[in-house]
Structure formats: structure tokens, C-alpha cells
Write a protein that binds this ligand. Structure first.
Ligand code: GLU
Length: 485
């Protein structure tokens, strides 16, 4: 019993982090890392922290920080601590570097760029793998020189190996002789990326590092630094690559659409998270996962070692699923933003939930729904040319006149009344239901696409329907006049 209690307590200490470098967009690949880290922490009732790795001042992009914070919030990936900014922790890194210089775990390297380059050329010409030979490694007395131009290097063990048990890929071993003495502080005094990560993971008590496989090669270097500081080594899980739809490696530049673009394009956070979790993680054949199911079922062991490919088709499918299955009031609330964005004034038409009910099964995104709902709220400027050529023709003149007369007479404005009125007109005028429906679509929406026409008429309302019928009748009148002239 006690042992179980202990285990539960240990698991609840789980602490993961999402540590993006603010050098570009928050894209699908980084969202996946964030989601897996967040889910792992939530599954074990642990903590999830956000850390912005902003020590690369040249590539720093403040818009990227905004996109990270806003994107995570939009997706609901809330963090328990942070955001920490590495740029605000420089003093702490310097303190550790000083300590490492004193303990002999690090040393100052005075080799010039030219010397290092010459060394590299020599090694390559001899067919050797280029690496720093460690000339400055034993110049202990020079550690006390402050004013010269130098970098600080970590004294990596010369022999032996580093092994870690990756939660996704199993045992991974690196030979120490293949690892350089890593530069941990540049000549401008700024610590390097690999070093800051280590000190942060240590100071922030990170238990599980879940990140992209492009960081596998950094792991042995980071472990060696942690070991030199007698620190506990976190558990690592490196997630495989994502391919784009053409089967090429997902490129940050070409495929990395900012996550906020998905928001603008009318995708739901629920759909996006469901889509992203399945990029490399599965649970039987299940495709749909609510957020609470994700938290309950997420397990690092079910992450695939092989790469996964993005598929917009799948994302559209999921988005349509969530639009149709999440509560109407929730979706309609989100839709409001898109209506505003399209500058559609909701006061000029039916209530949004009714419009949504009618359109939601016909579209894949909220943006599409907003764009195709315009005719409920505004008069359209022109009839679609080919639709008008086909339907707004003299032989249909009498059908419209008849409809106008009958609709005007309606006293109980309901979907049922409209539906039977249309059916009766079909019988009376000997025309097909399809023909009259298409004709009414062109009259009321300007085009040939719309849901059930009686529902559309019902929502547009009597007054506007009669006005549009009049406009179509006039349009045909003019056509007739032109023919006669
Ligand atoms: N800042 C790194 C990146 O954006 C991640 C570092 C890490 O997860 O250890 O790729």
C-alpha cells in the first residue's frame, strides 16, 4: 500500500516543459511537441511549464513570442509556470559557468576562428571527422585571464559512453570520443543554447523532456553537463519527424503555417488538437478524441517511432465533425467572430444559431459558413451570371409571379407552410420540385447553392423574400424588353 502511495506521489511530480525558440511561427510541428508535453503532465496530474528560449538574439522575433503565447492560449494548452524567458536568466547561467570554471568542468578556449578553421581543414583532408582537439583544455592558469577573447567550453569526458533510455526510441548510446568539448559561452559572454537548456531543465525540476528528434544529438551533451553538476537526469522522449503532403520533410519555411492562420481560417481548437495528437500517436483505431479522453489515454509508449504525414483532408474532416458535434451555442459563439470579420451585421437577419443549424453540415470551416451565410443578412449585388442565364428566363416569369402572389398571402410564416406552398405550385404549374427549388435559390441567394429552399425562405423572412422575388421578376422583365427591342 505504502509503495503504491509512493509511486502515485512520484508520478504526480511529473513536470514537463514546452521550450520553443522564438525564431518563427508556432506551427503544427511545435504544437505537437507542446500537446504531447501538456498531455503527459495532465495525465499524471503534474505540471507543465512554458519556457521561451530566446538567447539567439540575432534570430529573435518578437512576433513569434506573441504567436506562441496566443496560439497556446487559443488551443487551451495552459501552463502552470512561466513563461520563463532565458534572456532574463543570463546571470544564473553565468554563475553556473563561473562555478564550472572553478571546479574544472569547463575551461576557457582562446583558439581563434582562423585556428579552428585550419584545424578543421587538416582533419577533413586526413579523412577524419572534424572536432575540436582540445588544445586549451589543460591551460588551467589561463582560466583566470579575463580580458582576452575567449569562449568557454565544457570539458566533455574523453572516453566511455553516454546511454539513455528514450521513451519512444529505446536505448540510445553515444561514444564520448565523438562528442566535442561543447562551447557553453560565446565570446560575447552569452551562454549557448545547449547549456541554457540544461540549467533550465535542472533549475525547473523537469522530469520528462519531450521534444523533436532533431534534438537527439544534443541529448548526450546535455546529459554529460548534467552529470558534471551531479544533477538528476530527466527522462527523454524524442518524437519523430512530420512529413508534408508531398512526402517531403516538413519544412519550417514552406509548410509551417502559423497556428493562428488556422484560427483565422475557421478551424476549431478541438479539431486541431485532435488532428495533431494523431500525428504520431494512436490508440487502437479511434480517430475522435475529446480533450478529456486525450488526457486520460495519452501515453508516451503509444507514440510511433516512424514519421507521420500531414493531411489537410483529415483536418477538414475533423473540423466538420466538431462543428457538427460540439454544442450549437459554443460553435455559434465562435462563428460570431468570423461574421464580424466578414463584416456581416447580425442585426439585419435571423438568429445565428438557426443559420448555423442550416449550414453546418455543408461546410468544413467556420469561415466558409460565415461567407456562405451572407445572403441571410444582406442583399446580394448581382445574380451569378450563368445561374441567371439558366434560370432567370422569360419562360419562368409566370412561376415567379405566381410564387410572389402566393407567398404574399401566407399568414402563418413557417417552414411547413412554405414547403407545402412550393409543392402545390409544382403540381399546379406542372413543373418539377427541382426546377422550382433551383429557381428560388437563384432568386433568393443569387446562386444555385443553398440548403433546403423552404428553410432558407423561412429564415430570410417574408418581407425580404418578396423584395427579392420582385427584383428577379424585374430582371426578367428587362430581359424581355431587351429581346423585344
Ligand atoms: N528551443 C528548442 C526548439 O525550439 C527546443 C529545445 C528543447 O526542447 O530542448 O527547437
Amino acid at each position: 500500500m505504502n509503495q503504491i502511495k509512493f509511486l502515485v506521489k512520484e508520478l504526480m511530480k511529473v513536470k514537463t516543459r514546452f521550450a520553443p525558440s522564438p525564431t518563427g511561427n508556432l506551427h503544427i510541428g511545435s504544437i505537437r511537441t507542446a500537446l504531447y508535453s501538456w498531455l503527459f503532465a495532465r495525465h499524471y496530474h503534474g505540471k507543465f511549464i512554458l519556457r521561451i528560449e530566446d538567447t539567439d538574439f540575432e534570430r529573435f522575433d518578437s512576433k513569434s513570442v506573441e504567436s506562441i503565447l496566443y496560439g497556446l492560449k487559443w488551443l487551451g494548452l495552459n501552463w502552470d509556470e512561466g513563461p520563463y524567458f532565458q534572456s532574463k536568466r543570463l546571470e544564473r547561467y553565468k554563475e553556473v559557468i563561473k562555478m564550472m570554471l572553478e571546479s574544472g568542468n569547463a575551461y576557457k578556449c582562446f583558439c581563434s576562428v582562423k585556428e579552428l578553421e585550419d584545424e578543421r581543414i587538416r582533419q577533413v583532408s586526413k579523412g577524419k571527422k572534424p572536432r575540436y582537439s582540445g588544445i586549451c583544455r589543460n591551460l588551467h592558469y589561463r582560466n583566470y585571464i579575463a580580458n582576452e577573447n575567449y569562449v568557454v567550453r565544457f570539458k566533455n569526458p574523453i572516453s566511455g559512453q553516454v546511454t539513455f533510455e528514450d521513451k519512444i526510441r529505446g536505448k540510445i548510446t553515444f561514444q564520448n570520443e565523438e562528442l566535442d568539448d561543447l562551447v557553453i559561452q560565446r565570446s560575447n559572454g552569452i551562454p549557448t543554447y545547449n547549456f541554457c537548456v540544461v540549467i533550465d531543465d535542472l533549475d525547473m525540476n523537469i522530469t520528462h523532456v519531450i521534444r523533436g528528434e532533431d534534438h537527439i544529438n544534443n541529448t548526450p551533451r546535455q546529459i554529460n553537463i548534467l552529470k558534471s553538476l551531479n544533477a538528476k537526469i530527466p527522462i527523454y522522449a524524442h518524437v519523430s519527424m512530420i512529413f508534408n503532403e508531398d512526402g517531403h520533410k516538413f519544412s519550417k519555411r514552406q509548410d509551417a503555417l502559423n497556428i493562428l492562420e488556422y484560427c483565422k481560417d475557421g478551424f476549431l481548437p478541438e479539431a486541431l488538437l485532435n488532428y495533431v495528437i494523431r500525428l504520431g500517436w494512436s490508440c487502437g483505431n479511434q480517430e475522435i478524441f475529446s480533450i478529456s479522453e486525450m488526457k486520460e489515454l495519452f501515453d508516451l509508449r503509444k507514440i510511433s517511432k516512424s514519421s507521420s504525414a500531414v493531411s489537410m483532408k483529415k483536418l477538414f474532416w475533423l473540423n466538420k465533425y466538431y462543428i457538427n458535434n460540439l454544442p450549437l451555442s459554443y460553435i455559434s459563439n465562435l462563428l460570431k467572430d468570423h461574421m464580424n470579420h466578414e463584416k456581416i451585421n447580425l442585426k439585419n437577419g435571423p438568429d445565428l444559431e438557426s443559420v448555423l443549424t442550416l449550414l453546418k453540415n455543408r461546410h468544413h470551416t467556420l469561415k466558409e459558413i460565415a461567407q456562405s451565410s451572407r445572403y441571410f443578412y444582406e442583399e446580394f449585388a448581382n445574380f451569378d451570371k450563368s445561374a441567371a442565364d439558366e434560370y432567370l428566363i422569360p419562360e419562368n416569369h409566370f412561376i415567379l409571379k405566381n410564387l410572389y402572389k402566393n407567398i404574399k398571402k401566407i399568414s402563418i410564416w413557417s417552414n411547413e407552410t412554405l414547403s407545402s406552398l412550393i409543392k402545390n405550385d409544382c403540381i399546379k404549374l406542372k413543373i418539377t420540385l427541382r426546377k422550382i427549388s433551383m429557381l428560388l435559390r437563384v432568386v433568393l441567394t443569387g446562386n444555385i447553392f443553398s440548403p433546403s429552399i423552404s428553410s432558407v425562405i423561412f429564415l430570410i423572412g417574408k418581407e425580404k423574400t418578396l423584395l427579392r422575388l420582385k427584383k428577379a421578376i424585374l430582371f426578367i422583365d428587362n430581359k424581355i424588353k431587351n429581346i423585344n427591342n
